[in-house]
Design a protein around this ligand. Structure first.
Ligand code: ADP
Length: 865
C-alpha cells in the first residue's frame, strides 16, 4: 500500500490571491502592454522613416551627382574638342591662313569629332571676321547673320571660356541640340560645336533610381528641360510654365543654399537633391517620399491593429478565465466553509482500505490516522474502541465497521449515527457513498463528523417545550372529556326525572315546561357528546369498530330521531331509500348513524321552509361482490352556504353567518367531527351548495355485505311516524322483580320511576359489593348492572358473582350492563365479559321497556289493552 498524498484544502484565500487568481490584474496589464508596444512601434516607425529618408537622400544624391558627372564628362569631350579646334583656328588666323584652308580644317575637324569623339555632334562651325564657316557644309539661309546668333553673342560674353548655349530644337535634324562656343583670341571670332542632347537623355534614363521611384532631370537655369526620366518632358520650359513641379523645384533649388530638401507639392511630400553642372544646369533627382513611407505606415498600422487585437483577445481570454477561476475560488471557499462545519472529513477508500483525510480539526485524530498508515479498519478500531463508555458507544463502533458497510449501504446512499465522543461532546457521523463499483459495491465513502452538542441541547429544549405543549393539550382534552362525562351524569338524571313528570303529570302547562326541559336537555346532551367525540378524535382515541348491523334499524332510528324535529319546523322529511339496499352490512353503525344524524340535524336546523331529503343508495363493485359503496346524501332547501365560506366549513368551532344563525344552537363542531369520522371510515364529505337555495351533503363509504336480502320498500315497512304520544306502558308485571345496581342514587330513582307503571318490583344496590350480597340471597328476573362504579366496577362484580358464587340463585338470570360507553363493539365486549345484553345511558325508556319485555318470563307479563 503506497502512502497516499494528503489532500489539504487551503483554508483561507486573501484578496490579492483572489486578484491574482482572478486574472483581473492581467486584464489591466494588457492595455498597458498594448500602449508600450504602440510606443515602440511609433519609435520604430520614426527610425524606419528616417532610414527611408536617408535612403532617398543618398539615392537622390547619387543620382544627381552621377548624372552631373556623366554629363560633365560627356560635355568635356565636346569642350576639349572645341578647345583644341579653337586653338588651331586661332593660330591659323594669326598665321593669316587662307580662308579655304581654315574651312577645310573646320570640315576635317568636324568629321573627326563626329566619327571619333562625339557621335551626337553636328560638327564644328565658326564665325571669323563676320564670315560663317560650317564644318558639315550647311548653307546658311538668306538673312542669316552669324554675329546675331546666341552662340556668338554668348561666346563673346564668355570672355574666352567655353560657354553652354541653351538647347534648341534643330529643325534640320529634328534633335534637341545644345551649343558649346568659345571666343577666339581676336575677340571677335567664335568657334562653336553643336552637341545633341540624346546622349544626356540616355545618361539620365540610365541613372539608377535605387528603386525609390525617383525622377531625374537636368534643367537649365532658364527652366529648359535638357533631359528627363520621362523623355516626353524634354523641350519644355518649366519656368515659363509655372504650374508644374519641375518649375517649383527649380525655383527652390536656385534659391536654396542646400543641396537637398523636402518640399510639399500638391499634398505630396518630395525629397529633392540637386547638383549643379558647370554653373548653368542642374542635375536634379526627386522622389515621392509619401510613396516610400506609405508601405512603412501600412506596416505600422497593421502591426498596431494586430497587437491591439492580440492583446484584446488576451484580455478577453484572461477575463473569462479569470472569472472561471474566480468562480472556482468561490466554489472552493464555499466547500471550505462547508467543510468548516465538520470536525472531520475523510474519503474512505473501502476497496483498498485507505483513509484519505480531507480535513481534521483534531490533530490527535490526524496522528492516529497517520500512525496506522491510513489503514481504514485500524483507524476506526483505534478511535471508536477508545471512545468513553456511553450508551451510544456500541452503535458508534458498529457504524464504523467497514466489513458490514456493503450490506448496510446496499439500498441507501447515506447512513448517520449520533454518539457521545471524547470530551463529553455529541457528534453526528455520516457516511455518504460517493462511488460504487459496477456491481454496486461501495467503493468510496465520504465520512463526515459534525459536532452537534449545541444542536442536541436545542433539540432537547424544543422537545421539552413541545412535550409540555402536548401535555397541556392532553390535560385540556382530558379535562374536556372528564367534564363532559361528569356533566352527562346529572343531565341523565335531569332527563330521567323529567320523563317522570311527562309520564305522571296531566297538567298541560307543566307538560309543556317539561317538554322544553326535555328538548334543552337533549341539546345539551348532544353538545356534551360532541365535545367528547371531539376530544377523542383530537387525542387519537376515537376508534372505528365495525360490527354487523341492520340497515333497516339504522334508517328507522334516523327516521325516529329526525322526523319529529322536521315536523316541529313544518319541514317535509323525505327518505328515498333504494329498495335493493342489502339489509345487513358490516361497519361502525353508531358512527355512521352519528354522521347522518349530524347532517340531517344541520339540514333541519338551517332550513326554514321546504324539505329535507335523505337519500341512501349504493354502488356495486363488479370485482367485489361482497362489498358495496354505501351512498348517502342529505339535501335541504335551506339557507345554503356562501362560496367563500366553503373552506371554513369543516374547521373546528367555526360557525358561518354568525349573525343570521345567532338563534340556531350549535358549536361549530358537528361538521368537523362528521368529516373526521368519515375519513376514518375511508369516505369523504362533499358539499354542493347555492347560497339562499339549499345544500347537498353527501358521502360514500365502503361496507362489506352481511345479509344480501334487499331492504324492500322502507316507507311501507317502517310503521308510521314516531309522533309524540302520551306514554302508555306496553305491559305490566307485578310479580317480576328486578335488581338495579348503580352508584348514582338519582339514576336508581329515575330507573324506578321509568318502570313505575309496569308495577315491576325494583331492588337497588349502590355498588358491586351490595349487589353480590343481594344477588346471592334473592332470585331476580333481570339484573341491571352499571359498568362504571367506584371500588368494584360492573365487570368485576359479575366476574366475582359468577366465579365465587356459582350456585347463587341468579346463575341463569339475564344480567344487562348499563353503560355510557355508546360505541360499536361495546356489545361484544360486554357479552365476552359474561353479560347477557347492554343498555346505553341515558336510558331510553322505550328501549328499556322493550328489553325488560324480552327477558321477562312469559308467565309474569300481562299485556296492556
Ligand atoms: P354547528 O354546530 O354550528 O351546526 P357544524 O360544524 O355542524 O356546526 O356546521 C358549521 C357551520 O356550517 C354552521 O354553523 C352553519 O353555518 C353551516 N352549515 C352546516 N350545515 C348547513 C346546512 N345544511 N345549510 C346551511 N349551512 C350549514
Amino acid at each position: 500500500m503506497g502512502k497516499q498524498e494528503k489532500k489539504k484544502i487551503k483554508s483561507s484565500i486573501n484578496f490579492s490571491d483572489l486578484m491574482r487568481l482572478s486574472g483581473m490584474k492581467n486584464a489591466l496589464i494588457f492595455p498597458l502592454l498594448a500602449l508600450i508596444f504602440i510606443v515602440i512601434i511609433f519609435v520604430y516607425n520614426g527610425l524606419l522613416q528616417s532610414y527611408a529618408k536617408k535612403s532617398i537622400l543618398e539615392g537622390g544624391e547619387l543620382n544627381a551627382k552621377n548624372t552631373a558627372g556623366d554629363i560633365e564628362l560627356y560635355l568635356s569631350t565636346g569642350i576639349n574638342a572645341l578647345e583644341i579646334s579653337s586653338y588651331t583656328i586661332d593660330t591659323m588666323i594669326k598665321d593669316n591662313t587662307p580662308d579655304e584652308e581654315i574651312l577645310e580644317y573646320i570640315q576635317h575637324e568636324s568629321d573627326v569629332i563626329i566619327k571619333a569623339m562625339l557621335p551626337g555632334s553636328t560638327g564644328l562651325y565658326a564665325c571669323i571676321d563676320g564670315e560663317y564657316y560650317d564644318g558639315l557644309g550647311w548653307e546658311p539661309y538668306e538673312g542669316f547673320v552669324p554675329t546675331e546668333r546666341p552662340w556668338y553673342t554668348k561666346a563673346l560674353a564668355g570672355k574666352g571660356d567655353v560657354v553652354l548655349i541653351d538647347p534648341y530644337l534643330d529643325l534640320y535634324t529634328g534633335q534637341v541640340i545644345m551649343t558649346l562656343a568659345k571666343v577666339l583670341s581676336d575677340g571677335e571670332s567664335v568657334v562653336a560645336i553643336d552637341v545633341t542632347l540624346e546622349e544626356i537623355q540616355t545618361i539620365v534614363e540610365r541613372s539608377d533610381t535605387y528603386g525609390l521611384s525617383s525622377v531625374s532631370m537636368v534643367l537649365s537655369s532658364e527652366g529648359f528641360v535638357v533631359a528627363h526620366t520621362d523623355s516626353s518632358e524634354r523641350g519644355n520650359n518649366y519656368l515659363e510654365d509655372k504650374d508644374n513641379i519641375g518649375g517649383y523645384i527649380l525655383t527652390t533649388v536656385m534659391n536654396s543654399e542646400e543641396n537637398s530638401f523636402d518640399i510639399k507639392y500638391d499634398n505630396t511630400s518630395y525629397t529633392v537633391y540637386s547638383c549643379p553642372i558647370r554653373g548653368e544646369w542642374y542635375s536634379i533627382s526627386y522622389a515621392d517620399s509619401d510613396k516610400v513611407y506609405r508601405p512603412i505606415r501600412l506596416i505600422v498600422i497593421l502591426s498596431i491593429i494586430s497587437i491591439v487585437l492580440t492583446l484584446l483577445s488576451f484580455t478577453i481570454i484572461t477575463v473569462i478565465s479569470g472569472r472561471k477561476e474566480l468562480a472556482n475560488v468561490r466554489l472552493q471557499k464555499l466547500i471550505n466553509s462547508t467543510a468548516d462545519i465538520y470536525m472531520s472529513l475523510c474519503d474512505l477508500d473501502v476497496i483498498n482500505g485507505n483513509v484519505i483525510e480531507i480535513k481534521n480539526v483534531n490533530p490527535a485524530i490526524s496522528k492516529a490516522v497517520a500512525s496506522v498508515d491510513h489503514n481504514l479498519n485500524e483507524v476506526f478500531f483505534n478511535i471508536m474502541n477508545n471512545l468513553p463508555e456511553s450508551p451510544t458507544k456500541k452503535a458508534a463502533v458498529e457504524f464504523t465497521d467497514m466489513d458490514t458497510i456493503d450490506e448496510r449501504m446496499k439500498d441507501v446512499d447515506t447512513l448517520t449515527v449520533e454518539y457521545q465522543s471524547f470530551g463529553n461532546i455529541w457528534v453526528r457521523a455520516r457516511l455518504i457513498v460517493s462511488e460504487r463499483t459496477r456491481d454496486g459495491k461501495v467503493a468510496h465513502v465520504l465520512w463526515m463528523l459534525e459536532n452537534i452538542t449545541r444542536e442536541r441541547e436545542e433539540r432537547e429544549r424544543l422537545k421539552n417545550i413541545s412535550d409540555s405543549a402536548v401535555a397541556a393539550n392532553e390535560a385540556k382534552s382530558a379535562f374536556l372529556s372528564n367534564m363532559s362525562h361528569e356533566i352527562r351524569t346529572p343531565i341523565t338524571a335531569v332527563l330521567g326525572m323529567n320523563e317522570m313528570i311527562l309520564r305522571e303529570c296531566d297538567d298541560p302547562s307543566i307538560i309543556s315546561y317539561a317538554d322544553n326541559i326535555k328538548s334543552a336537555g337533549t341539546s345539551l346532551l348532544v353538545l356534551i357528546n360532541d365535545i367528547l367525540d371531539f376530544s377523542k378524535i383530537e387525542s387519537g382515541k376515537m376508534d372505528i369498530i365495525p360490527v354487523e348491523y341492520e340497515t333497516g334499524s339504522l334508517l328507522n332510528d334516523l327516521k325516529n330521531m329526525i322526523g319529529p324535529k322536521a315536523d316541529a319546523k313544518n319541514l317535509k322529511f323525505i327518505m328515498e331509500i333504494d329498495p335493493e339496499l342489502p339489509s345487513g352490512l358490516f361497519g361502525d353503525e353508531i358512527r355512521i348513524k352519528q354522521v347522518i344524524t349530524n347532517l340531517l340535524t344541520n339540514a333541519v336546523k338551517y332550513t326554514e321552509k321546504g324539505s329535507v331529503t335523505l337519500k341512501v343508495g349504493f354502488g356495486r363493485k363488479p370485482e367485489k361482490t361482497d362489498t358495496i359503496g354505501l351512498k348517502v346524501s342529505v339535501t335541504d332547501t335551506g339557507m345554503g352556504i356562501r362560496k367563500e365560506d366553503m373552506e371554513k366549513l369543516f374547521a373546528q368551532f367555526v360557525r358561518l353567518d354568525e349573525k343570521k344563525n345567532r338563534n340556531i344552537e350549535g358549536t361549530g363542531l358537528g361538521l368537523n367531527i362528521t368529516s373526521n369520522l368519515l375519513h376514518m371510515m375511508g369516505g369523504e364529505l362533499t358539499v354542493e351548495s347555492e347560497y339562499g337555495k339549499g345544500s347537498v351533503f353527501s358521502f360514500e363509504i365502503i361496507q362489506p355485505v352481511r345479509k344480501r336480502t334487499p331492504i324492500g320498500d322502507f316507507e311501507k315497512a317502517s310503521d308510521g311516524d314516531a309522533s309524540k304520544e302520551k306514554y302508555v306502558p306496553r305491559f305490566k308485571a307485578p310479580d317480576a322483580c328486578i335488581l338495579m345496581v348503580d352508584d348514582t342514587p338519582i339514576n336508581i330513582v329515575v330507573f324506578k320511576g321509568l318502570l313505575k307503571k309496569t308495577e315491576i318490583k325494583v331492588d337497588s344496590a349502590a355498588g358491586g359489593r351490595e349487589c353480590i350480597e343481594l344477588a346471592t340471597e334473592n332470585k331476580y328476573d333481570i339484573i341491571f348492572l352499571d359498568h362504571m362504579m367506584p371500588v368494584m366496577d360492573g365487570i368485576e362484580t359479575l366476574k366475582e358473582l359468577r366465579e365465587k358464587y356459582p350456585d347463587n340463585p341468579n346463575a341463569d338470570t339475564p344480567i344487562v350492563c348499563l353503560t355510557a360507553n355508546a360505541i360499536s363493539g361495546a356489545k361484544e365486549t360486554y357479552m365476552e365479559a359474561g353479560f347477557t345484553d347492554y343498555l346505553t345511558k341515558p336510558i331510553n325508556p322505550v328501549k328499556l321497556e322493550e328489553m325488560i319485555y324480552s327477558y321477562l318470563p312469559e308467565d309474569k307479563k300481562i299485556l296492556s289493552q
